[in-house]
Design a protein around this ligand. Structure first.
Ligand code: UD1
Length: 341
């Protein structure tokens, strides 16, 4: 059974391709390689024994996307990851984010409509909730005004999908990720930010390996037990497995509504200092940390209520914080050993 994974050489995409192949799906990847490398498909091949087919083009290109779907009208389901994802950059370059994240989604959905492809899993984010009033956050929490153009593209994308589902021609599952971290146990694939990382865990591992001098902790005056901000960190492999469950649910007609939304988190909130302490414990290293002011646009705390996903999908995140951080550290060390990087 053929599944299209857009953005399949990216961080979450590549881990999802591995899990799909492990379950016997045939995977075709489309990626423009804006934030990843073509070598990732070879790494996936090393892990699973099968190198996925990779087509390199920009899904914002209408003609190329339409041509792709003509050639692959037998695709049974799509997992749409391809998108820009840097919150800060989206504030500096909003049009880049709206054009890319919405344009590619529209072209993909047009391809589905034109070729009778019915199933799409969408890569959404807990950012759609903004600073929720109640913790933990369940799927019924109100969608507040987005804090960034990136967040707004996720909100608008869910609306575009919902409106298209209302035509009766397709079905969708939106997965709202909390904070994915960690890497594959082999150390062959993981998160490779281009330039200076903006996310916490890549910054920690790059500081530990000597690429960055110091890790700054953004804010110690939040209304949390240790004063630093709280997030629900989830291992990327746990997250990837949920996509396979979602694809199976769609293809095997187990959906209860034509558009379903699920939170993907562990239900545990950890502070920035918790993550740093976990890293120091698993690595045996002491990080050079400095507490600085809050980062603009950050929320104080967010963690998921994963009950609905656990029950409906029969899926549960299994890996704990130490395992997440240890796998990220293994990936960073393997990466710096390899001659090609
Ligand atoms: C953000 C987005 C999320 C997006 C994710 C991936 C929001 C609310 N969240 O998550 O939707 O999917 O990026 O790009 O927009 N921190 C430090 N020092 C650092 C880096 C981070 O203290 O050097 C702190 C942050 O202030 C935050 C926590 O670590 O409290 C996690 O930050 P980060 O990894 O950047 O993720 P989010 O901002 O939560």
């Amino acid at each position: 059974m053929k599944i299209l994974v857009t953005g399949g050489t990216g961080y979450i995409g590549s881990h999802t391709v591995v899990e799909l192949q492990n379950k016997g799906f045939e995977v075709i990847v489309v990626d423009a390689l804006f934030n990843s490398g073509a070598d990732v498909s070879g790494k996936i091949g090393k892990i699973t024994g099968t190198k996925p087919t990779l087509e390199i083009f920009d899904l914002c290109d209408r003609e190329k996307t339409a041509d792709f779907f003509k050639r692959h009208h037998d695709v049974k389901g799509i997992i749409h990851f391809a998108a820009h994802k840097a919150v800060g950059e989206s504030v500096e370059a909003p049009l880049k984010y709206y054009r890319n994240n919405l344009g590619s989604l529209i072209n993909v959905m047009q391809g589905m409509m034109d070729n009778n492809i019915r199933n799409i899993v969408f890569s959404s984010s807990c950012t759609v909730y903004g600073q929720a009033d109640e913790m933990p956050v369940s799927e019924s929490a109100p969608i507040k005004k987005a804090e960034s153009p990136y967040g707004n593209t996720k909100q608008i994308s869910e609306e575009i999908i919902s409106d298209t589902v209302n035509t009766g021609k397709l079905k969708s599952i939106a997965l709202r990720y909390f904070n994915p971290i960690g890497a594959h146990e082999t150390g062959l694939i993981g998160e490779l930010p281009i330039g200076v990382p903006s996310n916490l865990v890549p910054f920690i591992t790059q500081t530990a390996i000597g690429l960055r001098e110091q890790i700054r902790v953004f804010g110690s005056d939040y209304n949390t037990p240790d004063g630093t901000a709280i997030r629900d960190y989830i291992h990327v492999v746990d997250l990837a497995k949920a996509h396979v469950v979602a694809i199976d649910r769609m293809i095997n007609k187990k959906m209860k509504n034509d558009f379903e939304v699920f939170n993907l988190g562990t239900g545990n909130g950890y502070s920035v200092l918790d993550v740093i302490n976990s890293f120091e414990k698993v690595s045996g290293l002491k990080l050079n940390c400095k507490i600085v002011g809050r980062r603009a646009g950050d929320i104080e705390k967010v963690w998921a209520n994963p009950d609905f996903s656990n029950k409906e999908l029969g899926w549960k995140a299994e890996r704990n914080l130490d395992e997440m951080v240890a796998s990220a550290w293994k990936w960073e060390q393997e990466l710096r050993k390899r001659p090609e990087k």
